[in-house]
Design a protein around this ligand. Structure first.
Ligand code: HEM
Length: 351
């Protein structure tokens, strides 16, 4: 069993107002660092950059996630969710490798226009860093990215890698390492986060079966439910920043801190009874599960499409709800209540 990661051991900024303020203040709280040093030696971009490179890269990526760009994928995502959730009709469904993993991999393949890679990406397991006897390993992802970047240069890498190789960003074409950094984040960012959200939805309904009638009858309630699950579970709960101090000190010399999105989402001054899943909260939740400020999640609209697709199918196949029959998850304690933050395995059984 591994201990806390490096970012988990850092001093933390906690509470809604402080996290929001720090997340917005990129001049003081810089993202110019490289994480996951045990498995990679390049920066994931635009996440691990500050303006002006960050703004230029983000402006390149945002159009891929606009409503208009995602609309053509929606039907396919819904069809995948239907196929993957169907086994629940026969009684039992495993949510992590049975639904979440194939759904996110197929979705990213659509987005990157690389359908032939689906099998390889599934073979890595729930995390892009693999899971070889409990060891993290970045080799499979890097080998793939090297190939995709070369194909992008040759014009055969699919829509996104082709554009990455050939589009000047802030006036210059990205280096090979920078292209790898963007590809890495797209493959990693929308993978275990979305998988944990999808399993979180199934787990939350099993734990709150009194909400099933409301969820069955009202699409707006489903939106509130998904936002509440995002708030409660906060799939990406902690992110690193360099605190350059009020005078904007040298990042090399400045202390690193953790931006605790999970604590913000459980702040009782903003969310009454924060440990409770409540469907009477405002439809537009002020939660910051997708971050805040210039680095706020680019992929949030896609994650929401995937979450709705799975929730709709679960309710269609098992309208009376389901219970959890097997659960291997890491829990986070909130006001004395245990909330699942990440899942290794979750089996549900229709009622
Ligand atoms: C439930 C699912 C997801 C959650 C909870 C989540 C959460 C987050 C959070 C908290 C951040 C901000 C990190 C920071 O401030 O340091 C972020 C950034 C990002 N996310 Fe997501 N994410 C999800 C899904 C996705 C998907 C589906 C994609 C794309 C396929 C994606 C791509 C990104 C990218 C590119 C950034 C960096 C944005 C920037 O630096 O400007 N995410 N995400």
């Amino acid at each position: 069993m591994s201990g806390p990661s490096r970012v988990e051991r850092l001093p933390r900024i906690t509470g809604y107002d402080a996290v929001r303020a720090a997340g917005r203040n990129f001049e003081r709280f810089s993202s110019l660092h490289q994480g996951d040093e045990d498995v990679r030696d390049y920066r994931q971009l635009p996440l691990e950059a500050d303006p002006p490179l960050h703004s230029a890269l983000r402006a390149f990526l945002v159009p891929f996630f606009s409503k208009g760009s995602l609309a053509p994928f929606q039907q396919g995502i819904e069809a995948d969710a239907r196929e993957l959730v169907a086994p629940l009709k026969a009684g039992e469904l495993e949510m992590v490798r049975g639904v979440g993993l194939p759904l996110v991999v197929r979705t990213i393949a659509r987005l990157l226009d690389r359908p032939n890679d689906i099998e390889e990406w599934v073979s890595w397991g729930p995390s892009v860093w693999g899971d070889h006897d409990g060891r993290r390993d970045g080799a499979a992802l890097l080998t793939f990215l090297e190939r995709a970047v070369s194909e992008g240069a040759a014009g055969t890498g699919g829509r996104l890698f082709n554009l990455l190789a050939n589009t000047p960003i802030a006036g210059v074409v990205l280096t090979r390492d920078q292209q790898i950094g963007v590809g890495s984040l797209l493959l990693a960012g929308g993978r275990d986060t979305v998988m944990n959200l999808i399993s979180g939805i199934a787990w939350m309904i099993a734990a709150h079966s009194m909400h099933i009638a409301a969820l069955r009858g009202d699409l707006a309630v489903r939106t509130t439910f998904i936002e509440e699950t995002l708030r409660l579970t906060t799939p990406l709960g902690l992110m690193e920043r360099i605190d350059r101090g009020v005078s904007g000190g040298d990042p090399e010399q400045s202390p690193h801190v953790g931006l605790d999105f999970a604590s913000a989402n459980h702040d009782s001054t903003v969310f009454t009874c924060p440990a409770e899943l409540r469907l009477d909260r405002p439809a537009t939740s002020p939660h910051i599960a997708f971050g805040i400020g210039p680095h706020a999640c680019v992929g949030a609209p896609l994650a929401r499409i995937e979450a709705h697709a799975v929730l709709n199918e679960l309710l269609a196949v098992a309208p009376s709800g389901w219970s959890t029959t097997e659960c291997d998850a890491q829990f986070r304690s909130v006001d004395g209540v245990e909330v699942p933050a990440s899942f290794q395995r979750l089996v549900i059984t229709a009622r």
